[in-house]
Design a protein around this ligand. Structure first.
Ligand SMILES: Cc1cc2nc3c(=O)[nH]c(=O)nc-3n(C[C@H](O)[C@H](O)[C@H](O)COP(=O)(O)OP(=O)(O)OC[C@H]3O[C@@H](n4cnc5c(N)ncnc54)[C@H](O)[C@@H]3O)c2cc1C
Length: 395
């Protein structure tokens, strides 16, 4: 069997792998992506809510064929049904079709010179002094270095001795595309509470006024059961038509400690580069992937694939996003400990003190640390402090 050789081998054709591959291939390097599935973008396990600012940061248009809807805000609902709205004058987020989005990213990667090989599941990789040897079910490949973008499955990373994401801190997610419903096409809904979705939240993302993506992530409960209950409650037991079911693991534990070693970089979900507050990983993972592609191309140009050289990648993404991940992780840890009574209390204070105005004016879907730190410091938040402390210190 002949071994196919390349400069950079990317594991996985999800958004992180495709963005990293494009950035590297644009810089005159030989890039090959191996994807285990027979088609890019399927199976899909994503709600497809991406901020318009985030798309801009990734250099991606917000008016392409993959955009299904645009929204201008979100309505948050407490366990007892209290609610407040965070919104902007203009649209802030796109609801995308992830299959078409991934296809678009693949086209761009190929146009930049990357080669994509489908139906090749990587079984093992072995680092030796001069190259990396990759074994799939049927073939053997050799590369100067690897960009691991294998997603939440996070298996290959163990072959190089790096620590994978902590699965204990990930939550199973499930969602339906539903039709024949009555929703506000301009607002996403977020429902929190231990009975609704312990460990994350439930969402309703409108595709238009009669179609939506409804889902939840939860820990320690049956996601399908909770989602069915939520659908019944949300639509008052009226009949809804389910056209598609998706499920997957939502990463909420923050990035892994080390994202590089000799001849190896890890990006996206596999590196835990996902917002711990929401489980959204396309934009921040994409930013990290873009850095990874650039540094990998530099490694090829310089012939230096050492951990010392590749450390630049980690330094760069941590400089840009380290505080964001740490702050969102703290917020997620606090949220996970709150009882439904405390959540209701926080909502009451938020409504009374118009805290939604702070979110509307200064909130950013991806870079959340600024508004979260301001919220932690707000004197109005003191009213919830005793309950917050009681819940967070309970063991
Ligand atoms: C229910 C749910 C809803 C979500 N909603 C949102 C949302 O609204 N907005 C948002 O930003 N994020 C959302 N996310 C998160 C988002 O889907 C991920 O952060 C994103 O897909 C990560 O991209 P990735 O490229 O790192 O991994 P993936 O998209 O998982 O891609 C990894 C690729 O690697 C391939 N692969 C894996 N192992 C191998 C192997 N051994 N050999 C070859 N190929 C392999 C896989 O087949 C896959 O194609 C959601 C996640 C879930 C589960």
């Amino acid at each position: 069997m002949k071994t196919e050789e390349t400069d950079i081998l990317v594991i996985g054709a999800g958004p992180a792998g495709l963005i990293a591959a494009r950035e590297a291939a644009r810089r005159e390097t030989k890039v090959m992506i191996l994807e285990e599935h027979v088609e890019i973008g399927r199976p899909c396990h994503c709600a497809g809510l991406l901020s318009i600012k985030g798309l801009e940061q990734l250099g991606l248009p917000n008016n392409e064929f993959y955009v299904q809807n645009k929204v201008k805000g979100a309505r948050f609902f407490s366990p007892s049904g209290l609610s407040f709205t965070v919104e902007k004058e203009e649209d802030v987020a796109c609801v995308i079709n992830r299959f078409l989005f991934d296809q678009y990213l693949a086209k761009r990667a190929i146009e930049s010179g990357a080669k994509i090989v489908l139906n090749e599941k990587i079984k093992t990789i072995k680092l030796d002094g001069k190259e990396v040897v990759i074994q799939t079910e049927n073939d053997k490949f050799a590369a100067k270095m690897i960009i691991d973008a294998e997603g939440a499955s996070s298996n290959i990373i163990k072959d190089v001795g790096l620590k994978p994401i902590n699965r204990y801190l990930a939550v199973p997610g499930i969602q339906y595309d539903i039709e024949n419903v009555d929703v506000d096409a301009k607002y996403v809904e977020v429902h929190v509470g231990k009975k609704v979705a312990p460990g994350l939240f439930a969402w309703v993302i409108p595709l238009n006024a009669s179609k939506a993506r409804i889902g939840l992530g939860c820990k320690g409960a049956n996601p399908k059961f909770l989602l069915n209950e939520f659908v019944k409650r949300r639509f008052n037991n009226t009949h809804v038509t389910i056209s598609e079911v998706r499920s997957g693991l939502v990463i909420t534990g923050g990035p892994i400690n080390r994202t590089f070693c000799d001849r190896f970089i890890v990006v996206g979900d596999a590196a835990g580069q996902v917002k711990p507050t929401t489980g959204g990983g396309v934009v921040l993972g994409g930013i990290c992937a873009s850095i990874a592609g650039k540094i990998a191309a530099k490694a090829v140009a310089s012939g230096d694939y050492s951990a010392d050289f590749l450390k630049q990648y980690e330094n760069m993404w941590k400089n840009q996003l380290g505080v964001e991940f740490r702050t969102m992780l703290l917020a997620r840890r606090i949220l996970n400990r709150l009882s439904d009574q405390t959540l209701d209390k926080i909502f009451r204070i938020a409504v009374k003190e118009n805290i939604q105005d702070l979110f509307s004016a200064e909130g950013d879907m991806d870079f959340q640390s600024g508004v979260l730190l301001k919220l932690f410091k707000k004197k109005e938040a003191l009213g919830a402090l005793p309950s917050l402390l009681r819940d967070t210190l309970r063991f």
